[in-house]
Structures are given as structure tokens and as C-alpha cells.
Write a protein that binds this ligand. Structure first.
Ligand code: SF4
Length: 160
């Protein structure tokens, strides 16, 4: 089982929609490359939704005693909180509300993709601090990533 913030999983799916098939280690030392590899190798991997430090954060150089000390680039989103942990929490709570999921909930990566397909809708409001053109690009990539991961599996009910 993989503990993961909703937006971390969604970022992986979005990267897949951008054509990314392999993830390289990041200078921060976080585990997005290993978590992404595990999820992409088996969509039946069980995820446990986490709004604090997750399995991607744990080895990160910015994860200090379970708390992210990193900051975000606010140059193009001046109304966003500058602390990454606050920004992440804001986005993750919006995603939880949109998808009808909650922290501690367990579901497979496949079920998460089905939820995204069924319930993501227009994500402009989730990323309301970000210019709409950037979010439109994110939306297209997310949809492409979901379609790529689910492949022929287009008939399943969300959350199954
Ligand atoms: S959220 Fe913070 S601690 Fe987690 S991976 Fe990103 S920078 Fe590292």
C-alpha cells in the first residue's frame, strides 16, 4: 500500500498524459520516481489517501520531522500561500471534496483514475489561484493521462 496525497497521484497521471513514461529521481530526493513506477506497473496498487507527509515526501530533503519546509513560486499565483505545505493542503482538500474522498481512505490506483474520469469535471476552480490557461493545459493532460492509464477500461463504475 502506498500513502499518497491526492494531488501527488494526480500529478503523476497528468505527467503520463503529457507523454511521460518514466520518472527520474529528483534533486530533492523525494520518491515520486519509485512511487510512479510502482503505480504504473500495477494499477491495482492500493493507495491510502494522506494529506500530510506521504510516501513521496518521506525521503525528501524538504521533509523535516514530517513537515514540508519548501516554498512555492508565487510569481504567477500571487494569491496562493507561499508555504508549499499550505498550498498542497488547499489543493488536496479541494480535490477530496471534488472526488468525494477523504484522508485515510483506501482505493486502488485504478479506482482513483475512474473517479477522476467521472468526477474531476472542470478543474479551473480547484486551481483558482493559477492562471486559467495553465490550468486548461493541466486539464487536457490529466484527461489524457486517465485515458491512457485506463486504456480500454472505459465501462467501469467510478470507485469500484
Ligand atoms: S511536498 Fe514538500 S516534502 Fe513532500 S515531496 Fe514535495 S517538497 Fe518534498
Amino acid at each position: 500500500m502506498i500513502a499518497i496525497k491526492p494531488h501527488h497521484f494526480i500529478d503523476i497521471v497528468t505527467a503520463v498524459g503529457q507523454g511521460q513514461t518514466a520518472f527520474e529521481p529528483h534533486p530533492y530526493g523525494h520518491a515520486v520516481h519509485t512511487v510512479a513506477a510502482a503505480v504504473l506497473a500495477d494499477l491495482d496498487t492500493v493507495l491510502c489517501l494522506e494529506l500530510g507527509a506521504d510516501d513521496i515526501c518521506r525521503p525528501c530533503s524538504h521533509c523535516l520531522d514530517g513537515v514540508c519546509d519548501d516554498r512555492i513560486d508565487t510569481s504567477y499565483r500571487p494569491q496562493a500561500p507561499s508555504l508549499k505545505r499550505e498550498w498542497n493542503l488547499l489543493i488536496d482538500r479541494r480535490w477530496c471534496e471534488r472526488l468525494g474522498v477523504e484522508p485515510g481512505q483506501r482505493l486502488t490506483a485504478r479506482s482513483f483514475c475512474r473517479l477522476l474520469r467521472a468526477r474531476a469535471g472542470d478543474i479551473t476552480d480547484i486551481y483558482r489561484e493559477i492562471p486559467a490557461d495553465r490550468t486548461a493545459q493541466r486539464q487536457a493532460r490529466l484527461a489524457a493521462g486517465v485515458a491512457a492509464l485506463l486504456g480500454e477500461d472505459v465501462g467501469g463504475a467510478a470507485g469500484r
